[in-house]
Structure formats: structure tokens, C-alpha cells
Design a protein around this ligand. Structure first.
Ligand SMILES: Cc1cc2nc3c(=O)[nH]c(=O)nc-3n(C[C@H](O)[C@H](O)[C@H](O)COP(=O)(O)OP(=O)(O)OC[C@H]3O[C@@H](n4cnc5c(N)ncnc54)[C@H](O)[C@@H]3O)c2cc1C
Length: 754
């Protein structure tokens, strides 16, 4: 279960980037939460790679999950909010993090651990043709494509790696091992592959001792790799590169692993940076220009400059954790002293490694085994999380020592109920002023910008007012995304009936906390909802907001419909095909997420489906002759289907094989993880005509899985069904034909056999 969600929030610590130092910070925060401190991680990638195992992943010795830390699970475990977004800037004056596609995020203290990427600026054609090794996820996608290309090719195929540091050398040897193995397995000739390493340095592995260099020079020679030193790549093309001295080399693929560079947003924001744009910090890892900002890992430029390496970032984790908490509590910071000598284990792509420590070096298979053991132990710390005791109620008022924090924490037990629990008028006014407030002429009074006791709507003649209301406890701690999903869920009822969204009233409960914290949470929540409503052509016309123990949100939505075109649950006709527009599984996946037992990418995919609007699906279904429709939500597929069948006095034959399923849902169901509503829904199994046959099917539990912002379920004439499905797929829905409507035959209405 998520921890510390009921503690009042006094301070916001924002971590940008899930790098090696931050994962250590988060784990430590999990072990020793700081009362009153809310921590948010903003991460571009939900699964963050562990650099030490990447060459092994490329060589084919590890799978994706072996060498990626699942930030979502780690954050759930630690009670840290995870915002999936790429940071593009900072407003240092107002202490805001600016991330793509979401509202600015306020912080009291900020820490940046966003790593680096190989620099290719100024190299002609590199952006178009080279494959940079970072960001890793993008590299891995393109690496898959390169393997396909090599396998599909015939004749010579030249691969060139630019960059002669440990990363470049390891990359080349791992790529070579993998590709040669793949060709050999297919009976193809691995000898048709050529490999070249180019470095601008005078020699390879310039940061390492001569003994290490000699060993790798030998390995590269034995493996038939051509090495060009003192030769920066000046231009990259589709099948060749040009070196600085004008020579050209054949290269059907160019991989880029040159020295580190950083995006320019820290510099643009006004942080002190070094000549290459890395954030200048002191030996406490604190920005030289902004004491409320810390930085660690590759993105930080320390007084005692060291090569950019994950080893240093990992070692900075404990110091960074101490200093962030100490800075918030006004205590003394600790110095980070980089290790003078450290054991580097550089792999040769074939389960063999070279050790480098100061002037000493060694090599052998046993070193690969040692490295494998060390790396797997490191990963277990993050991916095998211990069961944590759930926190009982709010945490005691200790930890963050400043006056305001103590006041906020101490005031909690005396918080009022009734109207006394409302969010203060000025907070609300400020939040509403920040929201996009598109009025509608039909709203006569009460809309944002024109407040009144209630909203007065003028309804157009000949149109029906269609209303629905939904309310949730937060199942995500990202208020913006939660607000957007809640709005999308509420609109689903309108789309099911073929109504056009018009306006909405919101009810929000925001956790207790400092005024600025309450304001920001409410703003994020309403901004998420307003964005979805705005995209649907509706306006957030008013509502009510209060403080409470946990985040909760609901919306009453109004839509307008043409009385002749209203789609009801009743109206299914025997012979019609049943179409479902979204995959099932959000109930079990979100339950697993709360128990930190779902993979981050499963939850992200489920969130993307929950955010997908049903507006277009509704239009497509109607255009293809749908005569009845509903949205699949809390009662699960079977519950909502039965409502339709009863209203239509019909039965249905379901094809369980055809049910679309979200990635990971079958795994979480198999692990026995169900939504708390599932047992209630399960009572409906009485309506199944062949319960034993259905029970044996792996998709059976999905019939009862409650959905949030689920898909539309509709009956479509059989002759239109294929075209309708095509149109839904083209519009981006993972829709499926899941069965057909049959004549009613008694109390059992649903058949699942062939
Ligand atoms: C092939 C290869 C092999 C390597 N092998 C080793 C090795 O064996 N040992 C070693 O010590 N080093 C190794 N390195 C170097 C190592 O990868 C880096 O030094 C290390 O990853 C830096 O760690 P970090 O914590 O600074 O950032 P990273 O590990 O790069 O993490 C940064 C995180 O921030 C996120 N992020 C980036 N930008 C943003 C943004 N704008 N907004 C939000 N999130 C963002 C990313 O998604 C990522 O999760 C290797 C490098 C390469 C290329």
C-alpha cells in the first residue's frame, strides 16, 4: 500500500530525473519518511536503466526488467508521487518546474539527476543518421530495428561506433557479440559484418591505465575491430561517415557513444553551469547559484571533476539524501568526497571482463561473474521491495523543523468538518483565476469569472439535458492525471448516450496541508479536469472544494442530446455484433499498482487508455448503425452487458478469446490481485449459462473487473461491424468484436461457449 498519504503536507521536494542518485534517495526516504515532506519525482522514463548492465542487455544476457528500475513501483513503495513527464525548463524565481504537457510544479527544494547524453552537436547528419546510445529507451527501440535490418540484409554490413571511452568500447563489443550470434543461429555468415571504432582521443579508454588499454587493444584486434584514434567523426550519412581529415568510411549503421553533453534548459533557466552546460555544484551537491537546488550524477559539475560514470552517481545517493533532508530541516550538510580509486569492470560483450583500479588491471571470465553478481545485487535493492508496514494516520510533528511546518502539522487534529472544511475562498479564487475559463453563452450566471450562488443554464429548445455524476477516491497520486481521468470517466456516460458535453460541476477533496500546497494540488486536479472538459467542448462551470484526509474528486456532467438520436442501453437486436472500444483490466492493474505489484509500463499503458476520450468512438458507433450503447465502468463488462440485455430483453453469446486485455492484467489477476469491487460484481455470474466452461477460461475474471474510464459497449448491425471496427482502429482504439446478441432464453442471458 502507498505510504504516508494521510500526512499533512508542509514542504514539497521535487526530484527531476530518475537517475542513479535519485533512486537511492527514494529508497532511503521509503525507509525513513520525513513527516510533512511531500516528495514528487518527475521522470521522462518510468523504467530507468541501470548503466552497468546495459552492455549485457545489448549482448543478450539480460532482459529488459533485469536491468531497469521500475520507478513506479519504487515510488509507490516510498509514498513518492510520480509524474511521468519530461522537464523542459525551470522558473527559478517562482520555484516552478516546467514539464511538457502538464501544469508547472511548485517546489520548496529541487534536486536534478537527469544524466547526460552523447554530444553530437555540430556533426553534420548525426541527428538524422546516428543512433545515440542515450536516451537508452530510444536506443533500445532503434537497436531492435537495427537487428532486423542486419538479419534482412545479405552481403557485407558495416557498423561503426563513434566514441572510444568505456561506454563506446563496451557498446561495440556487445553489439558485435549479439549480431554475430544471431547470424550464426540462422546459419548466416557472421564474417559479413564489419566493425569500426572511431575516437577523437589519441587512444581508446583515455581515462584508464595503460594496462587496461593494452588489454582492450588486444581484444579489439582479436575480434577484428578496426580502430581509428585521433579521428573525430565530422559527418554521418546513411551508409558512410566522414572523418575530420576528410577520409570516408563505410558505415551502414553508426552508433554514437561520444563524451557526455546535456540539454540547455538548466542554463536557460539561469542556473550556474560550466562551459559544457552541466550544473555547477559545490561539494555538498548544492547549486553554486541557487541554494534551493541540488544536482547529482552526470548532469552535475563538481569542483573535483571526475569522468561521467554511474558509479559516482550511485555513491552520491546517500550524501544527496542526507543533504536534501538536512537542507529542509536547517541542519548541517555533508560533503561528498568522490572515491579516488574505484573498481571499474569493463565487459567485452562475451561474458568476459577487464578490471581497472588505479594503475592495476586484470581480466577473465570470473570478473564477468563477479560483475554480474554485484549488478544483480544492486538491482534487487530496487526491484525486490520488502513489505512495508502501512502507516497509521498522520505522522508525528517532527522532522522538518521550521515554524510553519510545525504549525501546519499541529493544526491537523483540530481541523473542522462541515463548511469549516472548505478550501479557503482566496485559495479557490486564485486557483480558478489560473484555469482556462471558456464560458458558454448558455451559462447565464455562476461560471468562473462570473461567480454566483449557483450556475444558471439556459437550455436550447428541442434538446435534451443529459446528466450524470461520478466520484472517486484518488487511485493515483498525480493530481493532474487523476483529474483528467475522472473527467474522462464522467464524460463516458454522455458519450454512451450520444450526448454532446456541455458543462460540469466538480467536487474536490484535497489533503490537508500548507496553504500553498493545498492550492497547488487543487490547481493540478482542476487543470487536469478542465483540460479534458475543454477538449470535449464543455466548460467547468462551478463546484465545491474542501480539505480532507485524502484526495478525492468527482464531477456532475451535463450534456445536450437530440431526442431522436439518444442511444439507450435498451435497443440491442438479435444478430447484432457486440463491439467494445477499449481493453479491460484497469481494476486489477490499479489494485496491483497500489500494492506496488504492477510493472510501471503496465500502469502507464492503462493510464493512457483511461485518458483516451470516447468522443470519436461514440460518433463512429453511431455512424455505423449502433442501436444501443453503454460505457463499461464499475460493474465490469458482464454487469454493464446485463443491464443492456435486460433493457433489450435479449441474450448474448460472448467470445471470451476475443476480449481485448490490457498488458499485465492477466498476470495481476493470476497473482490473485483484484479490485475491492470485484467480489460484488462476481455475484452476476448467475447470469452465465455455462459457468463451468467460462470459469476455466483465463479471461473469465475480466468479466467482473471494474473499469475506470472504460470503453463503450455497443450493438452494431452485422453487415456494418467490420467497417465499424476498422474505423475504430484507425481512430486509435484497441476495439474488438466480442460477441453477438441472441434472443432471450430465460434467466441466464450470457453464453460463452462456441
Ligand atoms: C554503453 C554504456 C555503458 C556504460 N557502462 C557503465 C558502467 O558499467 N558503469 C558506470 O558507472 N557507468 C557506465 N556508463 C555511464 C553511465 O551510463 C552514466 O554515467 C550514468 O547513467 C549517469 O547516471 P545519472 O544518474 O547521472 O543519470 P541516468 O542514469 O542517465 O538517469 C537519468 C534519468 O533522468 C531521466 N531524465 C533525463 N532527462 C529528463 C528530463 N528532462 N525530465 C525528466 N527526466 C529526465 C532519464 O529518463 C533517466 O531515467 C555507461 C554508459 C554507456 C553509454
Amino acid at each position: 500500500m502507498q505510504r504516508s498519504s494521510t500526512a499533512p503536507v508542509a514542504k514539497d521536494l521535487v526530484l527531476v530525473g530518475g537517475g542513479h542518485a535519485h533512486v537511492g534517495v527514494i529508497r532511503r526516504l521509503a525507509m525513513k519518511p520525513v513527516p510533512g515532506l511531500r516528495v514528487t519525482l518527475v521522470a521522462r522514463d518510468i523504467h530507468t536503466p541501470y548503466s552497468g548492465m546495459l552492455p549485457g542487455l545489448i549482448a543478450g544476457f539480460y532482459d529488459y526488467d533485469d536491468c531497469h528500475i521500475d520507478l513506479r513501483r519504487l515510488c509507490r513503495f516510498a509514498g513518492v508521487r510520480l509524474y511521468h513527464a519530461e522537464v523542459e525548463g525551470l522558473d527559478l524565481e517562482n520555484r516552478l518546474v516546467l514539464a511538457a504537457g502538464r501544469p508547472p510544479l511548485r517546489y520548496d527544494l529541487l534536486s536534478i539527476n537527469t544524466g547526460s547524453r552523447p554530444g553530437a552537436q555540430g556533426v553534420e547528419g548525426a541527428a538524422q543518421y546516428a543512433l545515440p546510445v542515450k536516451p537508452i529507451d530510444r536506443f533500445l527501440e532503434r537497436w531492435e530495428a537495427l537487428q532486423e535490418r542486419v538479419l534482412a540484409s545479405s552481403g557485407p554490413f558495416e557498423i561503426l561506433v563513434a566514441g572510444g571511452g568505456a561506454g563506446g568500447v563496451e557498446l561495440l563489443l556487445a553489439v558485435q557479440h549479439r549480431l554475430q550470434t544471431l547470424l550464426r543461429e540462422r546459419g548466416d555468415d557472421p564474417g559479413r559484418l564489419g566493425f569500426t571504432l572511431c575516437t577523437a582521443d589519441r587512444e581508446i579508454l583515455a581515462d584508464h591505465a595503460p594496462g587496461v588499454r593494452r588489454r582492450f587493444q588486444r581484444v579489439l584486434r582479436e575480434r577484428g575491430v578496426r580502430v581509428w584514434t585521433g579521428q573525430p567523426v565530422a559527418a554521418v550519412g546513411p551508409d558512410r561517415v566522414r572523418l575530420a581529415d576528410g577520409r570516408t568510411l563505410e558505415a551502414h549503421a553508426t552508433l554514437w557513444a561520444t563524451s557526455a553533453s546535456t540539454p540547455d534548459w538548466p542554463a536557460r533557466a539561469g542556473l550556474a553551469v560550466d562551459e559544457a552546460g552541466f550544473i555547477r555544484v559545490d561539494d555538498h551537491l548544492r547549486s553554486l547559484s541557487h541554494p534551493e537546488v541540488f544536482a547529482a550524477g552526470d548532469v552535475a559539475s563538481l569542483p573535483d571533476a571526475r569522468p561521467k560514470s554511474g558509479v559516482f552517481a550511485v555513491r552520491q545517493g546517500p550524501v544527496l539524501h542526507h543533504n536534501l533532508v538536512a537542507a529542509l530541516a536547517g541542519r548541517r550538510l555533508r560533503r561528498y568526497r568522490p572515491q579516488r580509486r574505484f573498481l571499474g569492470l569493463i565487459t567485452t560483450g562475451d561474458r568476459y571482463a577487464v578490471a581497472s583500479r588505479g594503475g592495476w588491471s586484470a581480466e577473465g571470465r570470473w570478473l564477468w561473474t563477479l560483475k554480474d553478481r554485484i549488478d544483480r545485487r544492486f538491482m534487487r535493492m530496487f526491484n525486490e521491495l520488502p513489505a512495508m508496514p502501512e502507516q497509521e494516520g498522520p505522522a508525528p510533528a517532527e522532522g522538518l523543523a521550521d515554524e510553519e511546518t510545525r504549525r501546519v502539522l499541529a493544526s491537523l487534529p483540530m481541523r473542522c468538518g462541515g463548511c469549516g472544511a472548505k478550501v479557503g475562498a482566496t485559495v479557490l479564487e486564485r486557483v480558478l483565476a489560473r484555469l482556462p475559463c471558456a464560458g458558454r453563452p448558455e451559462i447565464l450566471a455562476g461560471a468562473p469569472g462570473d461567480p454566483d450562488d449557483a450556475v444558471a443554464l439556459r437550455l436550447p429548445p428541442e434538446r435534451l439535458l443529459v446528466q450524470s455524476v461520478d466520484h472517486f477516491r484518488a487511485f493515483l497520486d498525480d493530481a493532474y492525471t487523476f483529474g483528467a481521468i475522472a473527467a474522462n470517466h464522467a464524460l463516458g456516460d454522455l458519450y454512451a448516450m450520444g450526448a454532446e458535453p456541455h458543462s460540469a460541476l466538480a467536487v474536490a477533496t484535497v489533503p490537508y496541508g500548507r496553504e500553498t500546497v493545498v492550492e497547488e494540488t487543487l490547481y493540478e486536479l482542476l487543470a487536469g479536469a478542465a483540460e479534458v472538459l475543454g477538449a470535449a467542448g464543455a466548460v467547468l462551470a462551478g463546484g465545491h472544494s474542501g480539505e480532507g484526509a485524502e484526495l478525492a474528486f468527482g464531477l456532475a456532467v451535463n450534456g445536450l442530446a437530440d431526442p431522436q438520436r439518444l442511444l439507450r442501453k435498451g435497443g440491442l437486436k438479435p444478430g447484432q455484433r457486440l463491439l467494445l472500444t477499449k481493453p479491460l483490466g484497469t481494476g486489477t492493474l490499479m489494485a496491483a499498482d497500489m500494492r506496488h505489484q504492477a510493472k510501471g509500463r503496465w500502469v502507464e499503458a492503462a493510464i493512457a487508455h483511461m485518458l483516451q476520450s470516447s468522443a470519436e468512438a461514440s460518433a463512429i458507433l453511431r455512424a455505423h448503425g449502433a442501436t444501443a450503447c453503454t460505457d463499461v465502468t464499475g460493474f465490469g463488462l458482464l454487469g454493464h452487458l446485463l443491464e443492456m440485455l435486460r433493457a433489450s430483453d435479449a441474450g448474448a453469446r460472448l467470445d471470451l478469446d476475443a476480449l481485448p486485455v490490457l498488458e499485465g492484467a492477466l498476470e495481476t489477476l493470476a497473482a490473485g490481485i483484484q479490485s475491492s469491487l470485484q467480489p460484488e460484481n462476481l455475484r452476476l455470474r448467475r447470469a452465465l449459462a455455462e459457468p463451468q466452461a467460462a470459469l476455466a477460461h483465463p479471461h473469465y475474471p475480466l468479466l467482473f473487473d471494474p473499469q475506470t474510464a472504460g470503453g463503450l459497449l455497443a450493438g452494431v448491425p452485422p453487415e456494418q461491424a467490420d467497417a465499424c471496427l476498422d474505423a475504430l482502429h484507425r481512430a486509435g482504439y484497441r476495439a474488438a468484436a466480442i460477441g453477438e446478441v441472441v434472443a432471450a432464453q430465460g434467466p441466464e442471458r450470457v453464453w460463452t461457449g462456441a
